[in-house]
Write a protein that binds this ligand. Structure first.
Ligand code: ATP
Ligand code: MG
Length: 431
């Protein structure tokens, strides 16, 4: 890797805002951009947080340009007097500020669309941009992004993005990345990833089982464990391999090595969400789904309906929290509740069957458990959860004792129940 201006691209990120320094806001933009830039083969070599002060912004920019070819500043593009990024950048680079007539029109249109007759004078400031800056549209807000090359060294670039995370991300993905690809194709490190999503196995157990399968040398492939409450993602990465076929072969090889340990826990989902994998299996069999939830209180229904397209297979759900509702709405036998308790195999199965009758669907999920912090006993400690799934005449119930606080137990319960149905559906067309 060469440090010459023609060598590999290096980036620096500067977050602007007093609130970031006071700690009122955490610089999540910087972290997000760091991930994105690394994913796209642009290593970030420096990150700074500076106050809403012209001098501070200017000196940070100068320092960042000394170590990086691309400097991205975010925040301080708003219409108020404490938004000083545009001006500070222009000053530091020796550029005049000019009013961009197209931007004035755009701002006027935007304000008219929101029912304002006139553009507030303050907002006119947002059309004042450093000479030679290219405007990157911001359909989510009023401050556009800007991209400009450095007058003293035109191989270097400075990008300005708004601070509002939603707006920053939109411009970054839709406007900035395509431009960077065009400007720097040959200077971006090629990166190829493969994601393997798993659920139902702990990170430590998974890593133990993988150890004997993997040689020390993975042929240029690096493996990362990314654990979440809902499962463990494995990310395989090949860096710096310009030939896409070679990279794919290397990833295939490692994926085959991992298969014996991961296949039982793996699910296929572009988004990484198990709900999408489940939806695909239900859709392939034209099955509709309903849920009966006790301790998850609707979380499963929420997870399902969080995904677009849920209406094509999801009928509905019932939060059956009290015994009375379990009895009246789901037909759970009072005797069974008295004998086994609400958190039991029998009740989980009865709830899943009850949901099938109640909603008239092909597949159901049910959960009953003790999320805590109270309500545990020696026989059924906090975290004890029974969950069941039915598909036509097939049914299955499992129980686990989940670790963590109330939130974690509920999140894990929802995922385990979704996974039970996913496994019951099988990838070979069964049942
Ligand atoms: P606007 O046009 O909305 O005024 P702006 O570029 O001036 O945009 P700021 O005023 O700096 O943006 O920030 C707007 C909001 O975005 C604030 O709520 C702030 O807390 C949040 N924000 C700013 N910078 C960051 C950051 N680095 N990480 C996370 N949130 C941020
Ligand atoms: Mg600000």
């Amino acid at each position: 890797v060469s440090d010459s201006p023609r060598g590999r691209l290096r980036a620096a990120v500067i977050a602007v805002g007093d609130e970031l320094l006071y700690g009122a806001t955490v610089d999540t933009n910087g972290a997000w951009m760091g991930t994105q830039l690394a994913e796209h083969g642009i290593p970030v070599v420096e990150r700074r947080v500076v106050a809403d002060e012209g001098d501070a912004i200017a000196s940070s920019l100068a320092a960042a340009l000394a170590v990086a070819d691309l400097v991205i500043l975010c925040g301080g593009l708003g219409p108020t007097p404490d938004d000083r990024t545009r001006e500070a950048v222009a000053n530091q680079l020796g550029l005049a500020m000019t009013t961009d007539p197209a931007l004035v029109d755009m701002l006027k249109d935007r304000f008219r669309a929101f029912g304002h007759a006139n553009l507030p004078r303050n907002n006119l400031k947002q059309a004042l941009v450093p000479a030679r800056a290219e405007v990157m549209e911001n359909p989510r807000g009023s401050a556009p992004g800007l991209l400009l090359s450095v007058p003293d060294d035109p191989s270097k670039y400075v990008a300005l993005l708004p601070g509002v995370p939603r707006e920053m991300k939109g411009i970054f993905v839709e406007e900035l990345l395509p431009r960077l690809r065009r400007l720097f194709t040959d200077r971006m490190l090629p990166v190829a990833h493969r994601w393997i999503h798993t659920t139902g196995i702990a990170e430590s157990v998974l890593s133990e089982r993988l150890q004997p399968l993997l040689p020390d040398d993975l042929g240029g492939v690096s493996l990362a464990f990314l654990p979440k409450l809902t499962g463990v993602d494995l990310r395989l990465t090949v860096r710096d391999e310009p030939d896409g076929d070679v990279a794919r072969d290397a990833l295939d090889r490692v994926e085959r090595l991992l298969a014996p340990a991961v296949d039982k826990y793996r699910f296929e989902s572009k988004s990484g969400d198990l709900v999408d994998a489940l939806a695909a299996r239900l859709g392939a069999r034209r099955l509709t789904l309903a849920v009966a939830e006790s301790c998850t209180g609707g979380l499963i229904a929420k997870r399902i309906t969080d995904r677009p397209g849920a209406s094509s297979y999801f009928e509905g759900g019932l939060v059956a929290y009290s015994d009375e509702v379990k009895i009246a709405q789901l037909g759970v036998e009072p005797d069974l509740l008295a004998r086994s308790g609400a958190v039991s195999e029998g009740v989980a199965l009865a709830m899943a069957r009850g949901a099938r009758a109640h909603f008239g669907v092909g597949a159901t999920i049910a959960v009953t458990g003790i999320a805590g912090p109270d309500g545990g006993s020696e026989a059924k400690p906090v975290g004890t959860v029974w969950y069941a799934a039915t598909v036509g005449g097939h049914e299955r119930a499992l129980h686990r004792r989940f670790p963590g606080d109330r939130d974690a137990i509920r999140v894990r319960s929802a995922q385990a129940a979704l996974n039970l149905l996913y496994r019951l559906l099988g990838d070979d067309g069964t049942p």
